[in-house]
Ligand binder design. Structure first.
Ligand code: T4K
Length: 386
């Protein structure tokens, strides 16, 4: 059967034989016709943004799918974090980790707050809860842990500490779409969980994000803040931003949600193949999923132990790049060593995070990555072993 350019196999073949590039991820998209059908009625309503019918529909569907009490949709995951901190009225210091995307730390700093960096667990890369208490001062107002790569933090211990010291908990849940922890949607923990629906995520609305929460007074505040702080036609109660999800993004989300389970299942198979090929290779450690978690296979970080593998992460990265394979160093450098914070923080205060950031490589992973492509990547990795 002839293929057309919307066919996923076709685009994989283009990558394989024409560009030859395999990137770290590839956006999931519905069929072109499905999206066109979904956006058709926008031409009748002329309602393009500002909490229209698609926004409402996606909000309802996501509340059910994610198994959360309440949800609000935003323009991206970063604004979810930034406005949540504003809505909760955080002050002073916020305990977080530096092993994350720029967004987590930037959201704290852009709120005029001071990030206090806690080290991470060497096994699942989330905040090391044994090290949090020593960082709490009378200025601490919140903990902002990251479920990095979709690995879930030690939720019980974080909540115990938050209750003991009266702190808010905001989870950066950007990587955890659709995951459950001990059978409950991950968005139902802490005061607020912030999701990203960016093009590179398991579920995307092109750009987009969401906050999941239980307290409606927080929800009311967020609703105003994402619309300039406007509370009523003549009432502007707070200094808000513009962070509303538009109707075309919501429509993309409605379509993608129909296929997300199938996409996750394909990601599982790709991940399984990596494990078949690389588990048992001395000096390579692939991410492990906790039995308490229903995973989404968002990322596949591999840790390279230079002594045992015989060559380091940077060398593997170089070899893969030479062969047009775009593995990524998520998350290097640590946010506490970013140039924009020069002189403010010391990455040596988080030695485990520093070590992991220098030895991690996130391998290409997306639903349509073919077994032979995974095998080619693994062959190249194994060829680096000395
Ligand atoms: N918290 C955490 C822990 C996060 O990881 C993120 C975002 C956030 C908060 C903030 O959420 P958002 O405000 O972004 O919703 C990417 C994403 O832009 C970013 O969303 C994500 N984390 C981060 C981990 O990865 P880059 O700079 O690596 O993206 P880029 O453009 O290099 O894309 C990576 C690969 O994805 C490309 O090689 C190909 C593929 N791709 C990319 C785009 C833009 C596609 O297939 N389609 C696309 O449209 O940051």
């Amino acid at each position: 059967m002839p293929m057309n350019s919307n066919d996923k196999n076709y685009s994989n073949l283009v990558d394989k034989y024409v560009t030859g590039k395999i990137l770290v991820t590839r956006s999931s998209m519905p069929a072109y016709e499905e999206y066109c059908e979904e956006i058709k009625d926008i031409w009748d309503t002329r309602w393009l943004t500002n909490m229209g019918p698609k926004h409402k529909k996606l909000q309802e569907e996501l509340t059910k799918y994610l198994g959360v009490e309440k949800i609000d949709l935003l323009t991206n995951g970063h604004m979810a974090l930034e406005l949540t901190m504003q809505a909760l009225g955080l002050t002073g210091e916020v305990i977080t980790t530096p092993f994350t995307f720029a967004s987590t730390t930037h959201a704290i700093v852009r709120n005029g707050l001071t990030p206090v960096f806690c080290d991470i667990d060497p096994e699942n890369f989330t905040i090391d809860t044994a090290k949090i208490e020593a960082l709490i001062t009378d200025k601490t107002s919140a903990i902002v842990p990251v479920h990095v790569y979709g690995n879930i933090c030690n939720i019980e211990e974080i909540q115990r500490l938050a209750d003991k010291y009266g702190l808010k908990v905001i989870y950066d849940a950007a990587h955890t779409f659709g995951e459950t922890y001990k059978g409950k949607g991950v968005g139902s923990f802490g005061d607020v969980s912030c999701f990203s629906f960016h093009a590179t995520k398991v579920f995307n609305t092109i750009e987009g994000g969401a906050v999941c929460f239980k307290d409606q007074s927080f929800g009311d505040k967020m609703y105003d803040l994402k619309n300039f702080g406007i509370h009523g036609p003549e009432i502007v109660e707070s200094v808000g931003a513009n962070a509303k999800m538009n109707e075309f993004s919501a429509a993309m989300g409605i379509c993608n949600l129909r296929h997300v389970d199938a996409e996750i299942e394909k990601r599982r198979k790709v991940t399984e193949r990596y494990h078949e090929r690389l588990d048992g290779v001395e000096g390579v450690r692939l991410n492990k999923v906790s039995p308490d978690v229903k995973p989404n296979y968002a990322y596949l970080p591999a840790i390279f132990d230079e002594e045992k593998f015989g060559c380091g992460r940077d060398e593997v990265f170089r070899v893969l790049s030479e062969h047009n394979i775009g593995a990524r160093k998520y998350f290097y450098p640590l946010t506490n060593s970013f140039d924009c914070f020069a002189g403010r923080f010391d990455p040596n205060d988080t030695p485990v995070a520093l070590k992991i950031s220098r030895s991690v490589l996130t391998l290409p992973l997306y639903a349509d990555l073919m077994t032979e492509q995974v095998d080619r990547i693994c062959d190249l990795i194994i060829s680096c072993k000395k």
